[in-house]
Ligand binder design. Structure first.
Ligand SMILES: NC(=O)c1ccc[n+]([C@@H]2O[C@H](COP(=O)([O-])OP(=O)(O)OC[C@H]3O[C@@H](n4cnc5c(N)ncnc54)[C@H](OP(=O)(O)O)[C@@H]3O)[C@@H](O)[C@H]2O)c1
Length: 272
């Protein structure tokens, strides 16, 4: 399917996530004349970004319009008030995409009616085009719609499709919330370095650049993470000494098992 001014891509909410997606679309050559952004509190900078390429924006959905793709990027707690007036935008050929954490397709359907729907979970590195998105499409989504949605989501990084909506809660636990675990890893490494006697600011700079650099190395390399780890671990060396602790039975794996289970449980609660 292709979007057009008659069946546009309508973005609801251009805040952190919706705004990042929009910037990606405008840079990657999505037909700007087929984009309508609806957000009552667009900044002047965002309005200019939209207007300069010939896309449109409005504070509320115009009457008589049917969306080709209705892309929902408002906070989950606002959905119940945001959705009812949007039902008029949904026609038989519309595919609805939501990036709202914990908002189920059943909930969207209860407000928008039966339609092809995609539930997607991006993550914050999407802001710099380096995110990863997990997505689930309900059976009403055609192959052409799915390909069109894939193209929209991939502007923020790779898109991984999952087979069941329930898997989105696990995706949320791994990659949706994941950047925070990595930032916390930086904090833990810096704090451990401070306890070893380094000045706190130096320990933080070392930890931060180590995680950023290791992430970039992982990004550029074809090797598995485990191979990259082994490459820097000499038998009997310093890295091996630390990994013996981190990889012990009571080390990081059981901690991550527990932490990600807690994240998934919370995602399930938000969606119930
Ligand atoms: N940020 C992330 O890293 C991330 C990651 C994964 C998923 N998500 C999901 O992305 C969604 C958006 O999160 P966000 O962080 O981008 O939120 P946000 O920055 O608050 O953006 C939402 C935007 O929607 C606007 N809005 C409010 N009511 C509206 C309405 N009736 N019609 C159209 N627009 C309306 C908001 O305006 P006001 O500011 O005036 O309310 C705001 O500009 C959430 O559902 C979240 O779960 C976010």
């Amino acid at each position: 399917m292709s979007i057009s001014s008659a069946a546009p891509l309508v973005l609801i909410g251009a805040g952190n996530m919706g705004g990042a997606m929009l910037s990606g679309w405008l840079k990657s050559g999505v037909d700007a004349s087929a984009i309508l952004v609806i957000d009552p509190s667009l900044s002047d900078a965002r309005k200019s970004e939209i207007e300069v390429v010939g896309a449109k924006h409005a504070a509320a959905a115009p009457e008589g319009l049917t969306a080709g793709i209705l892309f929902l990027a408002v906070k989950p707690q606002l959905m119940a008030t945001v959705l009812p007036p949007l039902k008029a935008l949904v026609g038989s050929g519309t595919v609805v995409v939501s990036v709202a954490a914990g908002t189920t397709l059943a909930f969207l359907q209860s407000h928008l009616g039966e339609a092809g729907m995609v539930r997607a979970m991006p993550n914050t590195p999407a802001m710099i085009g380096r995110g990863v998105t997990g997505a689930y499409a309900n059976p009403k989504v055609s192959e052409a719609q799915r390909a069109a949605v894939h193209d929209l989501l991939k502007v923020s990084g790779p898109v991984e499709w999952v087979a069941s909506e329930a898997d989105i809660d696990a995706v949320t636990a791994v990659s949706g919330s994941g950047p925070a675990y990595v930032f916390y890893l930086v904090e833990c490494m810096a704090e451990a370095g401070r306890k070893l006697g380094l000045p706190a600011d130096l320990a933080m700079r070392l930890a931060r650049e180590t995680v950023a650099g290791a992430g970039e190395l992982l990004h550029r390399s074809q090797d598995e993470a485990s191979r990259l780890r082994q490459n820097v671990t000499s038998p009997g060396g310093t890295t091996a000494a630390a990994l013996a602790v981190l990889m012990a039975e009571d080390g990081m794996q059981p901690l991550f098992d527990t932490a990600l289970s807690a994240a998934r449980k919370r995602a399930q609660e938000l969606g119930s």
